[in-house]
Design a protein around this ligand. Structure first.
Ligand code: NAG
Ligand code: NAG
Ligand code: NAG
Length: 356
């Protein structure tokens, strides 16, 4: 008793985490974690591995699956620029079912359930691709979906490429004036989450609704809506959306929260004010009503991450399925250095100067 009064609050929290973990001879296993990287990155990059290592530090024993479109890291990076996103998502869905460690995470037939139960973490474009996976992959059941700086409502502009970035220039040249052609929509990755609106009505443009190879479908914006997408999103326990306050790479940055931004005067219409929410095209309203939709922001530019933010987020939303109380008590873990890897990642992005 007396001893306790001497302890500072953070120390006390650490002790509680520890003692609640001790009595169980078989501590509940953390859910596996899928991580999908962004544009210009690769699944075997050091920066991404550091994130996985951190997730494991916060919840020891977490099996991490680094999503890739190709086992060769360099081909995986190319596929972040060029390829058909729907085909990529379909391939990832098949691949994860073949992974013996993920297949072992069979869930117990909960709503929206299937064979594989996981948490999911997406960086930038990897965030909306993961969401597509949640919606389309039969047999995959996701507890927490967390995205950082993603483009859930698309991008409205393609930024100027760096002078020597020929990959970026190639992609932009393909898109220029041809954004809605089948060729571009089947080949240029960022074009598949490009989104334009009718300037006077603010509604999604016809070109987008007809031509979009990915986003218009996974956002259920077309007249015919896929009811299973709605159920899959509503069945999430948490959908945590992070926006970088100073993000200059994603235009508009509020896309990370499904907000609509008027390109002329910059007025932001929040998700809850939009028809897609009010009419619940995607299950986001149902999810919100059960407290599962989380809007977060963090200072800094695109992908300006640090371990404190990540560790806190992982502590709160990932880990064992059953341990709500211990998840609330953030483990007091030490920082693993200065995270130069994240800065590398940010630099890569800057060089490519398209949208992640
Ligand atoms: C992209 O791939 C999907 C799935 O394989 C296919 O149905 C679709 O037609 C492709 N899109 C384009 C524009 O080639
Ligand atoms: C925008 O919407 C208005 C009203 O429906 C329509 O008259 C106009 O043609 C649309 N503009 C474009 C560029 O599609
Ligand atoms: C966007 O802003 C401009 C300038 O304020 C305005 O004229 C236009 O009506 C707005 N568009 C929508 C869809 O609200």
């Amino acid at each position: 008793m007396h001893l306790l009064t001497l302890l500072t609050l953070p120390t006390l929290l650490t002790l509680l985490t520890f003692t609640t973990a001790l009595p169980s001879p078989h501590p509940p296993k953390p859910l596996p974690l899928l991580i999908w990287h962004g544009l210009g990155d690769r699944y075997d990059a050091d920066g991404l591995r550091t994130v996985g290592t951190l997730a494991n530090k916060v919840h020891p024993g977490t099996y991490i699956y680094y999503i890739r479109v190709d086992d060769d890291g360099s081909a995986d990076r190319s596929a972040s620029f060029f390829g058909n996103v729907s085909a990529q998502v379909a391939k990832v869905c098949e691949d994860i079912k073949l992974d013996p460690q993920l297949a072992g995470s069979v869930d117990d037939g909960r709503e929206g359930g299937g064979g594989i139960r996981v948490d999911a973490l997406g960086f930038s474009q990897g965030g909306q691709f993961l969401r597509g996976l949640v919606e389309r992959c039969e047999g995959l059941s996701v507890r927490s979906l967390m995205t950082f700086g993603s483009q859930h409502n698309g991008i409205s502009e393609f930024q100027v490429c760096g002078s020597y970035d020929f990959v970026c220039k190639g992609a932009v040249a393909l898109v220029k004036g041809n954004a809605w052609t089948e060729y571009v929509q089947g080949k240029v990755v960022p074009a598949q989450y490009y989104r334009t609106v009718n300037e006077s009505t603010g509604a999604a443009s016809e070109g987008y609704l007809e031509g979009s190879g990915f986003l218009a479908d996974v956002n259920n914006e077309r007249v015919l809506k896929d009811a299973s997408y709605v159920d899959k999103i509503a069945a999430l326990e948490r959908f945590v959306m992070w926006v970088f306050e100073e993000d200059k790479t994603v235009i508009p940055k509020e896309s990370g929260w499904f907000a609509e931004v008027n390109g002329t005067d910059g007025v932001v219409t929040g998700l809850r004010e939009r028809a897609m929410y009010k009419e619940d095209w995607l299950g986001l309203k149902r999810l919100d009503e059960k407290g599962g939709l989380v809007f977060k922001s963090t200072p800094g530019g695109h992908m300006d991450l640090n371990e404190e933010i990540l560790a806190e987020a992982f502590g709160e939303y990932f880990g064992p399925e059953t341990s709500e109380k211990s998840a609330r008590l953030m483990p007091q873990i030490g920082l693993v250095g200065d995270a130069p890897v994240f800065r590398d990642q940010a630099r890569l992005v800057d060089e490519s100067k398209i949208y992640l």
